[in-house]
Every structure is written in C-alpha cells, then in structure tokens.
Design a protein around this ligand. Structure first.
Ligand SMILES: [Zn+2]
Ligand SMILES: [Zn+2]
Length: 499
C-alpha cells in the first residue's frame, strides 16, 4: 500500500520499433520509389506494399522476440538490499547477490513498467544509458517512514528483488521515491554475472510444492506462489485447502475470472515449528517459517513479515514472481506491498475478501479506497496526482477512469470535473440516485458500477482524494467485486505481462 511517479514509458517500445523500422527501410524505400517512377504499374505497387508490410512486421516481431535472449539467460538474479533511515533520510546498501536456475518473471516489455511504484529497480547495459529491465515496487520501509516512530529513530529493513540474470556486466540502479513522486535515494552498482560470490541457491533441491493451476502458455503467464506461514508439517493438507479457497475467491472476481488461463499457481509447503503467528501485544511469540507478526508499526491488525530473505530462500528454485503468504490464524489481519508480497490470515470469516484485497495491493499497486476519520497517514498530498490507477486527486486525472464517467452528470457547465455529483445522494458510502432524479429513471436498482464518477474519500483521506465508485473490493469487505477503475487497472496489468 503506497504512492509515487514515473515517466510514462508504455509508448517507448512502440516508438523505438518504429524508428528501427524507418532506419532499416529507408534505403529500401528510396530505391523502390526511384524504380517505381520509371516502371510504375499497379502490380508492382501492390508487390512493393506487400513487401513493405512484411518487412515491417518481421522487423517488429524480430525486435520483440529477441529482446530477452539478447541480454538475459534463463536464470534469476536475486538482489538483496538493506534500506535504512528515518522519516526524512533514506540509505540503500547492497547486502548480497544470489542466483537460481530459471526466470519466471516477464519476458517482454522488459524496459517498461505498467505502474510507477514507490521505487524502481533498473538494469542498464554497463556504462550505457540503455535500460534492459525495469520493475517497480513499494516497501514497508517507505510506509514506516510515515509513522511517528520514524521521527524519533533510525531503522533498517531487508528488501529483496528478483531480475533476470544478465549475460554481460550490467549497472543496477535502485531508486526510492517519496510521496511527492520525487527520487529521494538512489544507488547504482555494477553486477558481473561471472562474479564467484553470487551465491547459488537451491542447489540441493527446493521446498516441496504442489502445482495448483497450470497456465495455458507457460512462456507468457503470471507466476503466483502461495507460501505457508504458521502451518506445522501435519497441517499441510489444511494449507493446500486454504490456498485452493484463495484461488476460488480470486477467480470469482473480474477480470481474474475471464483471464484465469494466464495464471500459473503453486503452493509452497514451508513448515513451521509452531502453529499460528506471533501476537506481540499478547506477548505471544512463535517459531514460524517467516517470523510474521501482528502489531506491525504498533498497529494491531497490521500483520507482516520483515524477513524477506527467509521468504525468498524458501522460494528459491520454484517458479514464482508474485507471492501470497497464507498465515494459519483465525484473527483478522493482513497486508500487501506492491511487487513484494501480500499476507492474509486464512481462518477468519473475511479471509476470501481480504486475500483478494491484499492481492490488489501487491499485484497491481491498487490503493486503499477507504478513508480514516482523522487522516492518520497523510499518504497522498492533495496537490500531487498519485500513480495508483484507482484513486485521483484530480491534479492529473488522465489515463485513469475518466472515459467511463457520464460527463453530463459529473462535469460542471464550465467543463471541469464536479466530484460528489449532485445527481447522487452518497451518504454513508451507499449512494442512491436522489429521489427527484430517480423517479425519471427506471425503477430498477442502480448498481455500484453504474454510479461510476468521482467520490471524495479514499487513500486514508476523507477529503481531496477521490475514488471511482461508492464501493469496491479495495474499500470494504462487503462489496463483492472490484470497481470498474480497479478492473481496468488489473486488466491492463495482466495484458502487459501476458500479451
Ligand atoms: Zn488495503
Ligand atoms: Zn476500486
């Protein structure tokens, strides 16, 4: 859960392909033009156009298909870092580099990110500007910086990122952004793939795991791994059943339902000595696989693990990119961090809702659409547009859900957006068309989706931050689905990874 910015790079791949095409084809084009001046006829012209189209298609296909193999081999490079600092300072240091066989992340759109995140890992050709891989993320460290504790002391946090193993020497840059989307810390270090100190992991086998769902096309799919936390050896059948229930819950929601065949899912049977999770406020400390605990940052419901290296050690050698930690507890709790992991308790009545909500955070960087009575976490400055696709401050609403809104109902006569449209009576987050307007419409109940507009109160703030609909999976446990803004963001993301 968090904020930030990025230079929109989704068009860059297309632009590059086009420029390559013109550089490659201009001599061909000129020759043909000269030739055709003298021998113009329709047959030759069609042949020329056909050749032209064929060449351009092949060229674009070639540049896309070759990009992964040009720079990477089928292995994972794991980058471990320590992030440290206070509310106002941040430092990044390399901890260790590791490697495993196989790469299970994206193999296309390598230099682009679909969402900006609060930080990015950027891989460049050594001593060149050319970006060959980029991914975005958020961290618990950055979230902690917004808590009072960070004003009083310095702390450090483990962070782990996985990238495909480069063929040759690369420069890796880690950068962290603040909630005004400004880069506030950056570290660039050289990685030499032949470095003998890049630790080999999983050389003696992997943690046991079950494949719960196979993707239709293993080369273009999204790899999800469920990881057991607080399950003893004898409780593994319960863990597998819990993972299956999460899968059922996730694929009941659109757009996951329609795009189910694009997901590859495993359940990793990491055993714990104790059953359950640590509850510091009750002085309960257990010996579990990931050392998770409630009361993160002294917030009672906030369940996380700070032990990211343990998490990735458990996963070494297993096909994974997106991680869902299932915690064997009946207490309500969870958390989700973009491209890091999410975590939910499995035996609470809202398990199904929470696990999907937290996946919205960790998989797609969706923001929370609820607000606190007193804005306890000033996460989103009202004069900055958040990068999250499901909330807006209206500073730069483009590219979010503006195309889905009925402008007649939601714009002023002057053409500016008019949040909390007068057409709706949206008290208590359960809006209905106001009586006078409703009588003109059909008597059919108006759905949550049909009310898409701009509702004030989102991103922990009662004012200045807007959401798309009265309710959403990212707002309450009661709503059965994601709102249209979230569905669009999720669809775009799944397509980015798999098309
Ligand atoms: Zn949330
Ligand atoms: Zn939503």
């Amino acid at each position: 859960m968090n904020d930030e910015r990025k230079i929109k790079s989704s068009f860059s791949a297309y632009t590059i392909s086009l420029s390559i095409f013109f550089i490659f084809h201009s001599p061909f084009f000129i020759l043909h033009s000269l030739f055709s001046t003298f021998h113009f006829n329709m047959k030759r012209l069609s042949l020329f156009i056909l050749t032209f189209i064929l060449h351009s298609t092949l060229c674009i296909l070639h540049s896309n298909a070759q990009s992964f193999d040009d720079y990477f081999v089928n292995k994972t490079l794991r980058l471990d870092y320590t992030f440290s600092g206070t509310a106002t300072e941040q430092h990044i240091a390399v901890d260790e580099l590791c490697q495993t066989d196989g790469w299970y992340g994206k193999r296309q759109n390598l230099a682009d990110v679909p969402i900006e995140g609060n930080g990015q890992v950027i891989v460049r050709v050594h001593n060149k500007d050319k970006v060959i891989y980029r991914n975005s993320f958020s961290t618990l460290f950055q979230e902690w910086q917004s808590y009072d504790e960070a004003k009083e002391k310095a702390r450090s946090f483990e962070n782990v990122f996985i990238v495909p193993m480069p063929k040759d020497t690369v420069d890796v840059t880690l950068q962290l952004m603040d909630n005004r989307r400004q880069v506030v810390a950056s570290l660039t270090h050289v990685v030499v793939p032949t470095d003998i100190l890049i630790r080999h992991l999983a050389v003696k086998g992997t943690t046991p795991y079950d494949v719960l769902q196979k993707a239709e096309n293993p080369d273009k799919c999204i790899n999800i791994a469920f990881v057991a936390e607080g399950y003893k050896d004898t409780e593994m059948p319960t863990f597998i059943a819990d993972a299956q229930e999460a899968i059922d819950a996730l694929f009941q929601h659109e757009p996951f339902k329609s795009l189910r065949s694009r997901f590859n899912i495993v359940a990793v049977k990491s055993t714990s000595v104790d059953s359950g999770t640590s509850e510091p406020a009750k002085d309960i400390w257990l010996n579990t696989a990931l050392h998770s605990n409630f009361d993160t940052f002294y917030s009672s419901r906030y369940l996380t693990t700070l032990h990211l290296k343990d998490l990735h050690n458990i996963l070494a050698g297993i096909p994974y990119e997106h991680i869902i930690v299932l915690v064997n507890s009946d207490r309500y709790g969870g958390g989700g961090i973009l491209n890091s992991y999410n975590l939910s308790t499995t035996h609470h009545q809202y398990y199904r809702q929470v696990v999907v909500h937290e996946f919205g955070h960790s998989f797609a960087g969706l923001a929370d659409e609820y607000a606190y009575e007193n804005e306890q976490i000033p996460m989103y400055p009202h004069d900055i547009e958040p990068w999250e696709k499901n909330i807006t401050t209206l500073v730069d609403f483009n590219g979010k859900w503006e195309n889905k809104i009925d402008e007649k109902a939601w714009k002023t006569k002057e053409g500016t957006w008019s949040p909390n449209s007068e057409a709706w009576n949206h008290d208590n987050g359960k809006p209905q068309l106001k009586a006078s307007k409703k009588s003109k419409k059909s008597k059919k109940a108006i759905t949550n989706d049909e009310q898409i507009g701009l509702y004030e109160g989102a991103g922990y703030s009662l004012t200045g931050v807007y959401r798309a609909c009265p309710d959403c999976r990212m707002r309450t446990n009661q709503n059965p689905e994601f709102c249209p803004a979230c569905r669009k963001a999720l669809t775009d993301l799944i397509n980015f990874y798999t098309e």
